[in-house]
Write a protein that binds this ligand. Structure first.
Ligand code: GRG
Length: 280
């Protein structure tokens, strides 16, 4: 299957599954259910859950075992975007081409919608990963990836850096933690759920870390090239050309991590190439 077909087929499966987990808009108190559905079903690429499926898909034919965790990770991603858009953080008016949650529902509901998305993710993990030992392991891995030594830590450094003092290592920290940690754990979760060996799990996790940084660098390049947004990002430090070179270098290193796998990892190889060349 080519990558475009794979991505669109998996996105459909994930959307159907997410719909099952999200309370209906008619459920009381309606406003919060409307707000969480508004953010979740607004056209995200579903990259992280697709990475869970692609990683686990190396070892498993039946992806039903992977879907709850894949959805939980997507919900966590959506929580992070809703909170990141708030006036206290990035203060963004639009996301995925529509009003951000706080612009549409007010700040109070947007904060609660983010909280609800994070909470429901752990509800899903604790209920739907049927092997309780595995569930505990996955919950632990994800909590670490999104906590103060992971995504939240990256966000803290991102919002608190000083224009005149920021150096490249801080930018790298933001990149690996804010963006990379959730991407990397997606690969790891797929591996753990599907019974990969420790060496296989480690290889996939390393691949995830590398594509996670490359993903952020290409995001920065797109911001600069398409939206003219200037910020403390890779193009600002290194220029567009060097940033692109760095992203390609990371992708090559990520591809090298997959050498232990046969053609069942081809989708991950294609995803890595896609990240390097992405235009959205
Ligand atoms: C608020 C705790 C907290 C954390 C926020 C991830 C994050 C941390 C903020 C997002 C800021 C941002 C836009 C970072 C750039 C990289 C990135 C994560 C882009 C969005 O991910 P995509 O492109 O989004 O996968 P879609 O819309 O496809 O789901």
């Amino acid at each position: 299957m080519n990558l475009k077909d794979y991505l669109s087929a998996k996105k459909k499966i994930i959307d159907i599954e997410l719909d099952k987990y999200m309370p209906k808009e008619t459920e009381y108190p309606q406003i919060i259910h409307e707000a969480i559905r508004y953010s979740v079903f607004s056209g995200g690429k579903r990259l992280r859950p697709i990475l869970v499926l692609a990683s686990g898909g190396i070892f498993l034919q039946d992806e039903r075992k992977l879907l709850p965790a894949a959805c939980a990770i997507e919900l966590i991603h959506n929580y992070s975007l809703v909170h990141d858009d708030l006036p206290a953080m990035d203060d963004d008016e639009y996301r995925r081409g529509r009003l951000t949650s706080h612009k549409k529902f007010g700040e109070d509901i947007a904060i609660l919608a983010g909280d609800a998305l994070l909470t429901v993710a752990f509800e899903i993990l604790s209920e739907e990963v049927k092997d309780s030992k595995l569930a505990l392991k996955i919950i632990n891995l994800i909590s670490k990836a999104i906590g103060t030594f992971g995504m939240i830590g990256g966000q803290v450094v991102d919002i608190s850096w000083d224009k005149d003092k920021t150096e490249l290592p801080e930018l790298e920290f933001v990149c690996t933690h804010k963006t990379g940690a959730l991407i990397a754990v997606s690969l790891r979760v797929g591996a753990v759920l599907s019974g990969a060996s420790k060496a296989e799990e480690d290889a996939l996790y390393e691949y995830g870390k590398l594509i996670g940084i490359a993903f952020q660098i290409t995001d920065d390049i797109l911001d600069e090239e398409q939206d003219g947004k200037k910020g403390f990002n890779y193009p600002a430090f290194l220029g567009v050309e060097e940033s692109r070179r760095r992203a390609n270098d990371l992708i090559n290193k990520a591809l090298a991590k997959l050498y232990i796998f046969d053609k069942r990892a081809d989708i991950l190889r294609q995803i890595a190439q896609f990240i390097a060349g992405r235009k959205e």
